[in-house]
Design a protein around this ligand. Sequence first.
Ligand code: MOS
Length: 717
Amino acid sequence: MTDQSSAVIGKPVSRVDGRAKVTGAATYAGEFRPDRLAHAAVVTSSIPAGRIRALFADAAEASPGVVLVATHHNAPRLPYNSMAQRPQVDPQAGDQLRVLQGPEIQFNGQPIAVVVAETLEQATHAAALVRVEYDPTPAVTRFEEAAKSPRKPGAGKPTDLARGDADAALAAAPVSVDATYDQPMEHHNAIEPHVTIAAWDGDRLTLWDKTQWVGNDRAEIAHVFGIPEENIRVVSPFVGGAFGSALRTWPHVTLAAMAAKMAGRPVKLELTRRQLFSAIGFRPRTVQRVALGAEADGRLTAVIHEAVGHTSQYEDYAETTVEPTAMLYSCRNLRTAYRLAPMNINSPCPMRAPGVITGVLALEMAMDELAEAAGIDPLELRLRNYAERDENKDLPWSSKGLRDCYRTAAERFGWSGRSAAPGSMRDGRELVGWGMATAVYPTHRAAASASVVIRDDGTAVVRSAASDMGPGTYTAMTQVAAEALDLPVERVRFELGDTDLPKAPVHGGSITMASVGSAVQAACVAARARMRALSNAVDPVRGADYAGILRRHGLPQVDVEADAAPGIEQKRFSMYAFGAIFAEVRVDPNLGTVRVPRLVGAYGSGRIINPKTARSQCVGGMVLGLGMALSEQSEWDDRFGKVMNANLAEYLVPVNADVPHLDVTFVDEHDPHVNPLGVKGLAEIAAVGVTPAIANAVHHATGIRFRSLPITPDKVL
Ligand code: MOS
């Protein structure tokens, strides 16, 4: 970057798409209207395991407006070509559910028929007329039963880690804790449901889909249908929240394309709120044992972390749950294990900070228990075990602002005023508790491409097939481009969400700015160099001169495309974002209610492109952690193998009245190693650590350990 740059990186630019979103001008996947659009309703199984003995579609077919009923009897047999051949796919997606290919039932809520009709109401009504008879078989619906004989995840999945002799060190430790933590199944519950519109033109397919990765949709549907990727275009310019649920290409996308093919006209398939609890993934229930041993001064001598999460019958969905434990604190003796409990349930999937949020909450609750057992302040315990390098990868950190995070957040919170004894900070009849925890999330990056068009009116359009599920991709990329091009943000437009654009990786894992941002920067730097060459200038060319230069050359525009990919930095450095969270709770001992009047978070996440959208990200993450601590859980009924609170009335996400003042600070962190922009990504880190900080505060208020989440009034009383 030159010293003449317009320096828009780091400015709190308001969302460039904000006006379109609040005025309804933003078109979401389900709002496209191809001609002759028909509507689909999905019929799902009502048993968790077995076979369809008979399926009667005649009443549905005779219902007004019905175009067709697709079942395993009449649906085309799809090739489902080997997913291993896919060059660019969700790395977690092993095998997947094959829809309407046979009578087998593997979970309650499995799609077994699709009704297509002229209107949604006609389709929904006819779907209720489909009658099914089953031959049920025994189903594994109890987590505790499945967890008795868990299996190791398959090849390429997270493996066990070990150093030293953790079991012997634990047995010899002067201070130790050993506890089991239970985190329930959670569903994403974005406001926008999952929806796909499919339209065929001969053997060419257009999909308007709610997705965080148009490229994955194209690759996966190409393989499912056995057609070339070039025949498929996926369009997804706006996503109304996703949290990971739109990373994968779910079976309903296949159903929409299949139904459109059979109907010979475009079909829109929108899952109902209830179907969002079985047709897309979720955060798996995970039960974790954490055992910690320490010297009398609190220095860790042993760490053991064993986790079991559930998965489906057809896929080993595995998370990196125990991995952060291997690097977060300094300890010579460590052992981790991660196992899967297959059940008759649909496959889980990533949900904001997948695995990490789960593992860290167990570790950080255990650290709080150790602090109490050793009689040491919880923050002081973390500082005594501060890891000066990554002892898991045996690498130095690319940068680590965690000490700054602890200090900054502790000061802003007023942690030094904490009285150590549980139950000692009453306020009237309320019990007051203060708790804290560490947050961490890995910094990754993937290859990405971007293109730039500079026009003779002095504006630029920058493009990459990225996504914006809410974090502000449109805005932050516009800033990166504006700075590199030396143009004001108003003269730059960023476009995303279309497979016709240069390739971008998954919009997940907090990698978008590191990956697509680097490509945008590279393309814009190259475009500016092109302008400079055209101008014959010696000094760096100014953005204000672009129009004149192009007109002098009689050029309507110049086009530049660039690729950007990670180097070997992952081999040389361990790269993570870190944070520290402090929470205050108020517990009403008569009602068992827990309120959180304030949360303070400080984050070391490299360079902050836009402090306004960055803060917004952190606020969202904190609210997610608050929900995880106090209210969110999918209530699974063992008898039916089914989520019973499959709606927003009974699945309790925090509402405004639950959310306190949220204090967010970014500590200064200059990281020259992570990527050209020096960013570590923000999405996931902000969700991590909030839940254990709150749980630890509840213990401080009450003196009771609640190791089963969420901490609801019935447990507190
Ligand atoms: Mo997130 S779970 O990486 O969308």
